[in-house]
Structure formats: structure tokens, C-alpha cells
Design a protein around this ligand. Structure first.
Ligand code: TNX
Length: 542
């Protein structure tokens, strides 16, 4: 057998044993940083007619191998075939039973003849593909055939995530994003092994998911957005299509209906839900759709809203229709959603009486449970009688995170000062808000979910999520500008142990992603904090 030199990455230090060429595995810029990397000598070269071996000829393995071929084919122009069993040459997926790797972990062993990808489940193999993809030259991301040689340095990687929940949120309510745009968002987060997509499906400015028992929600409440654009919504079939696309990438969709506040789009759709909410003058919209809607003859619906103020609308417990509405919405949406969670919002209910708010949260929790899901909500829900399995999403007030911890509930870390993707990078940024902070790329990376809030039990923390609110952004270029290059850092905080993370080492790996971003047409923010490696990018693009 060939002589193999091993290299190990520990505590962010690169310890090399004599090799210094660019081709060794430990110098590859994988994000998130894997748990263990060992370098060998020599290369595997991907060639035409490579065989991909799968352990079982079932749908799931066909999907995983098909996904890999879909990644490799456009830039290489190669043909691939899929066979069952174990091969000695090519790319070989293997099923193993190695407890520590869990559902998402994997081992990749690369020698000159074969790349073996071993995992407990196909999900682990899918995460491994994202690593493999980053081991290939960045030109693999090109959509046209490239004249490269497709070499991968030999060695091995053993890897598994620190947190089981690594999420990204997209607010499709303030501005609507089409199914195709959401699919692109899913593809971008999949590259960094994000495994939850939280969709903020309703807010004052728009209702984005068809509810068959309450059709006006979308016919009226879905017809506008911030700034007065025409809005939009997903039919139930389209929502199911988003879920299917995410599932193929081992990403679980979490639907959010924001209640009892942030609810004007529903109050504008059904008068019987409106118990006296006053729409702020700036942003009030009385359009024809609003005037023509079916009224119940008793209560007047609110006007539609296109501004960006928060905290002024509420559902009313005393309205007869309210709990019927809530239970129908939760029932229909839970039935469409295969994932375990249902997010009920619960934030900034500033005009809801405190005792009513608590009752709302308690009743939402019962309904979510009755529909077979686990409730999630923004940090304020910690005031309710929340169950141990309920997930409290921390965003701003440490007292609510502590309250959740004391009640033994789960905590998801999304501190606005660190993890809000809608915060501007600096005071010169065109997009984003800055009420919580300006968040440069280093600041976004430099925090630890277990110590960010004092006095909470780190055992309760299930992971991190980076929310992208869309008040200031309305198309994918703008989404990508706020997402990149911060998202890879959030992915690493979720995946890689804090002790092995180091900004000075990370920023080098991040800088090497520039060409990949360019080839994926990602419109990213060229932070001065990152040593970008231009690749083929002309310097005036920076
Ligand atoms: C606060 S975070 C909100 C959202 C806004 C966001 C803007 C949270 C639970 N509520 O309604 O979109 O700030 O940064």
C-alpha cells in the first residue's frame, strides 16, 4: 500500500508534517469545518464514466446518488452510472453502524481509486456530498462544461454535527418570494449543511399560505407587501412542492403563522376577526380588493398594511370567530407539513393584554399538540405554561431565555445582535435594518450559543437559527447580499464545536469561497474583514 502521511486539524491549528503544497486535504477550505481531517498523498481524479455505488436500490439512495450526479454533471460534462453494492473504483456509498456519527454524520475516505462515503443513513451521505463538493475545484459549481482536471487530494474525513438544529429563516410575508426563489434559498443553505428552513408565512403585511376553510386570507390578505407591491401566496400544492424540494435536501420545513400579534393581514381579510385593531396611518392601503371583500355584516375588516411598524395588531379572545380561525389554520397547515414543528410566532404582541396573551399561548400549544406537532414560538411564549418539548426561540430578551430554561423547555438561539441576517453589515450598507446592531462578518461568527445568555442550562439549547426578515429586501440578489457571506459562519457555529472554531483560521477558508460564490451567481458582500481569494474574479468586481 502507498505510504500515507496524516495531518490533523485540532483547535483551529493546522499542524502539518512536512507537506506544504496546496493539494493536501487539510488545506481544503471546507465550511463548516469537519470534526477530523487526515491528509494522505496523491489524488483521486474524477473521470468520465465514473460508477457510483449505492448500498440499496431504493428511492432514497437513488435520490442521493441522483443529486450527486446533478452536481457533478454540468461542469464536468461526464457520464455517471449507478450500481448496487460495493465498488473498488469510483464513488462508493456505504451503510454503516457507528453510533457517534448519528443521523447526519459521515466518513469520507479518499484513495487514488475510490472515494468511500460511509454513513448510518442516507442523510449523512447527503451532508458528505456537500463536503465532497467543496473538495473539488470551485469550477464544479459552473453550469457549463469546464476544462479542469477534477482532482481531490487523498485522505479521510470523519464528521458529525454539534447541534441537531441548524436553521435559516426566510420572511416571505413582508415581501413575497416565489417558489423558485425559495428553492434557490434551499439550495444555498444546503451547501452549508443547514437542516431546518423556517418560513415566516404571515405577518401584518401579508398572508402567504392558502387555507381552504378561510379563502380570503390569501385572496385579500395575500395581495400586497411592504411598499405596496402585489404580494402573493403559495397554494397548498406549491407549499407541498417546497417541502418536497427541501426534503430531497434533508431540510425540514417549519411553517410559522405569527399570532396573536402581527396578524393584520388576517384582520383585513375577515371582519369577524377584527376587534378594534388600528392600522398605522402610514402604510394603510385601501385597495379595491379590500373594499370588495365579503363582510360578515357586523365587523369591519381592517385596511391592508404596507409599512414596517410592529406590535400594533392583535387577535381578540372575546371574538367568537377567533379560536375557530386559529384551529382551522393550525389543522390545515399541520396536515400539509411532515416535519415535527409548528411555529406560532408569539412575538411583539404589544397590544394584547398579558393575561389574554398567556391564554392564547396555552391554547395554541394544545392545538399544535392535538395536530401532532411540537410548538415553537419566539421568546415571549416563555410566559405561557409551556411544555418541556416546546421550543422557545431566543431573539432579544435574556429574561425570556432564562424563563424557558427554568421551565425546562427547549431553547433555539437566534440573538438579533449576532444572528439576524437582516441587520446591515455597517452604516454604509444599502440593505437591512440596524435596530439590534451592525453585524460585520467577524461579529456574526464570534459568539458561542451556550454562553451568549447567562443563567441558562446549555443542555436545553437545541441549536441556532439565522432569521432573514424581509422589510428591506424584495429579490434574490438582495437576499443573497445579506445571506452571504454570513450564512456559512452561522452554519459553522451550528455544526462545529466552539473549541475548534477560530476566526483567523475561518476567515481564510471563507475567503477561498469567493470563486465558488461567483460561479453560483451569489451576489455577496465583499467584507474587508475577509481575505478574499479572487480566483478568476476581476478585481473591479470587489
Ligand atoms: C423584530 S424578531 C421582529 C420582526 C421584525 C424584525 C426586524 C421578531 C420576533 N420580531 O417582526 O421583522 O425585528 O429586524
Amino acid at each position: 500500500m502507498q505510504r500515507i502521511y496524516f495531518f490533523l486539524i485540532t483547535v483551529g491549528l493546522l499542524i502539518s508534517c512536512g507537506r506544504s503544497d496546496d493539494s493536501s486535504l487539510h488545506l481544503s477550505s471546507i465550511i463548516p469545518l469537519p470534526a477530523e481531517i487526515k491528509s494522505g498523498s496523491g489524488n483521486f481524479e474524477l473521470v468520465n464514466n465514473t460508477v457510483i455505488y449505492i448500498p440499496q436500490p431504493n428511492e432514497e439512495w437513488k435520490n442521493v446518488s441522483g443529486y450527486l450526479i446533478g452536481l457533478l454533471q454540468p461542469a464536468t460534462g461526464f457520464q455517471f452510472s449507478v450500481q448496487n453494492g460495493i465498488g473498488e473504483k469510483g464513488i462508493c456509498f456505504q451503510s454503516i453502524d457507528e453510533k457517534e456519527l448519528g443521523a447526519e454524520g459521515y466518513r469520507i475516505t479518499i484513495n487514488e481509486e475510490v472515494i468511500t462515503i460511509a454513513s448510518n443513513q442516507p442523510q449523512g451521505a447527503f451532508r458528505a456530498i456537500q463536503t465532497l463538493r467543496q473538495l473539488l475545484p470551485a469550477t464544479i459549481e459552473s453550469s457549463t462544461i469546464q476544462n479542469s482536471s477534477w482532482k481531490i487530494p487523498t485522505g479521510s474525513i470523519r464528521d458529525f454535527p454539534h447541534y441537531g438544529y441548524r436553521g435559516a429563516m426566510l420572511d416571505v410575508a413582508r415581501h413575497f418570494f416565489s417558489v423558485e426563489e425559495v428553492k434557490r434559498y434551499i439550495d444555498l443553505i444546503a451547501l452549508y449543511k443547514i437542516n431546518f428552513l423556517h418560513l415566516h408565512l404571515s405577518d401584518d403585511q401579508g398572508w402567504r399560505i392558502e387555507i381552504k376553510s378561510w379563502p380570503n386570507l390569501t385572496h385579500v390578505g395575500g395581495q400586497t407587501e411592504v411598499g405596496g407591491g402585489s404580494g402573493g401566496f403559495y397554494t397548498q400544492e406549491q407549499y407541498t412542492e417546497i417541502i418536497r424540494y427541501a426534503q430531497e435536501r434533508y431540510i425540514t420545513v417549519i411553517p410559522e403563522i405569527d399570532m396573536p400579534g402581527h396578524i393584520n393581514s388576517a384582520l383585513a381579510s375577515y371582519g369577524e376577526l377584527n376587534g378594534g385593531t388600528i392600522v398605522p396611518a402610514e402604510g394603510r392601503l385601501s385597495i379595491a380588493a379590500n373594499a370588495n371583500k365579503i363582510l360578515d355584516g357586523k365587523s369591519k375588516p381592517t385596511e391592508l398594511y404596507t409599512g414596517i411598524e410592529v406590535g400594533w395588531s392583535t387577535l381578540r379572545l372575546e371574538k367568537e370567530a377567533t379560536m375557530q380561525f386559529v384551529s382551522d389554520v393550525i389543522r390545515e397547515l399541520a396536515a400539509l407539513t411532515p416535519g415535527p414543528y409548528f411555529h406560532i410566532g408569539g412575538d411583539e404582541a404589544k397590544v394584547t393584554k398579558k393575561e389574554d396573551y398567556i391564554q392564547f399561548i396555552n391554547r395554541f400549544q394544545e392545538l399544535v399538540k392535538a395536530n401532532g406537532k411540537t410548538m415553537m414560538g419566539w421568546e415571549e411564549i416563555a410566559q405561557g405554561e409551556i411544555a418541556p418539548e416546546t421550543v422557545v426561540q431566543f431573539w432579544n430578551a435574556p429574561k425570556y431565555a432564562r424563563m424557558a430554561s427554568e421551565k425546562g423547555s427547549k431553547i433555539l438561539m437566534s440573538p438579533a445582535k449576532k444572528a439576524y441576517l437582516d441587520m446591515s453589515y455597517d452604516s454604509t450598507s444599502t440593505y437591512g435594518l440596524h435596530w439590534a446592531a451592525y453585524i460585520e462578518v467577524d461579529s456574526a461568527y464570534l459568539w458561542d450559543p451556550t454562553t451568549f445568555v447567562d443563567g441558562i442550562d446549555s443542555q436545553n439549547i437545541i441549536g441556532i437559527e439565522a432569521p432573514l426578515w424581509s422589510e428591506t429586501i424584495s429579490n434574490m440578489d438582495e437576499v443573497e447580499y445579506l445571506l452571504f457571506p454570513r450564512l456559512p459562519g452561522y452554519a459553522e457555529i451550528g455544526w462545529t464545536k466552539t473549541e475548534t472554531r477560530n476566526w483567523d483560521e475561518y476567515k481564510v477558508r471563507l475567503g477561498k469561497q469567493a470563486e465558488r460564490f461567483r460561479l453560483m451567481n451569489i451576489d455577496f458582500y465583499r467584507s474587508k474583514k475577509v481575505p478574499w481569494v479572487n480566483g478568476t474574479i476581476s478585481s473591479n468586481e470587489f
